[in-house]
Write a protein that binds this ligand. Structure first.
Ligand code: 2AL
Length: 249
């Protein structure tokens, strides 16, 4: 099985670390390929960053679908805002899983209440909207931020790790929860260390999404083409999006 992990930001070091974390958790027969858009924000920390990165995610799915020599069994959108998730689903029959939705589903299976520990406080609203949209609002007690810019996870990993662990311990001690959800794709390779230091289940979306993708593929299930996730109606696109005209999916 071939799972394509799309890092929606354009930082190659983060794409590599997300890909490594995904491959490390994958079953022996699963091959992970990790990609990123070639244009867009280097990190996603605002509604604006999200909106721009969503186009990159869609283009990465189209590139995956057009590579007929190396078929893709499932896609993962590896940013905690799940940018462009439903649009990505419209473009393929393969399952497409966002890391926030994967983490919420998995956390809800092992605990009745969880807290999220994310990067910047200003992006907490994005997670809040997703909890609401996916129906997990009542499962989440609190969204906490370690106040780390996303790229600090790559450039200053040890200091970032300390702050995340400290925030996770506060969540454990103050929030009356059973599990913690980590709120950034860049935290994927830190999960084992955080989990060890915090001592309650820590759910991270990239790794959760890989196991969910393997399950869906194993069940023979893909994105439904009945209803709103059907392929988009082919039409003309103009200007810089002309290449998206009359898609042959
Ligand atoms: C993210 C993420 O997962 N990747 C990125 O660039 N921004 N979201 C976040 N809340 O930190």
């Amino acid at each position: 099985m071939h799972i394509r992990v799309i890092n929606p930001n354009t930082t190659a070091a983060m794409t590599a670390s997300i890909g490594e974390a995904a491959q490390a958790i994958a079953a022996p027969g699963t091959r992970i390929s990790a990609t990123q858009p070639d244009h867009g924000p280097v990190s996603i920390e605002s509604h604006f960053d999200e909106a721009i990165s969503a186009v990159g995610v869609a283009e990465e799915v189209l590139a995956g679908e057009h590579d007929r020599n190396d078929p893709i069994s499932a896609y993962i959108v590896a940013c905690f805002g799940d940018p462009g998730l439903q649009a990505a689903r419209e473009l393929t029959r393969a399952p497409v899983i966002g890391i926030a939705e994967a983490a919420f589903h998995v956390a809800s299976l092992i605990s009745t209440r969880f807290s999220i520990v994310t990067t910047l406080g200003r992006t907490a609203i994005i997670a809040e909207h997703l909890l609401d949209q996916y129906g997990f609002e009542r499962h989440c007690r609190r969204i906490r931020a370690a106040e780390i810019p996303v790229l600090e996870l790559e450039e200053n990993a040890d200091a970032a790790l300390e702050r995340i662990i400290a925030e996770c311990r506060r969540a454990r001690d103050e929030d009356n929860i059973g599990a913690i959800v980590l709120g950034c794709g860049g935290m994927a390779r830190l999960t084992a260390r955080i989990s060890h230091e915090v001592g309650l289940p820590v759910v991270e979306g990239v790794t959760a999404a890989v196991k969910l993708a393997e399950s869906l593929v194993g069940l023979g299930l893909g994105t439904s083409k009945h209803g709103d996730l059907a392929f988009p109606r082919p039409k003309a696109f103009t200007g810089r999006y002309e290449h998206l005209s009359h898609l042959d999916l």
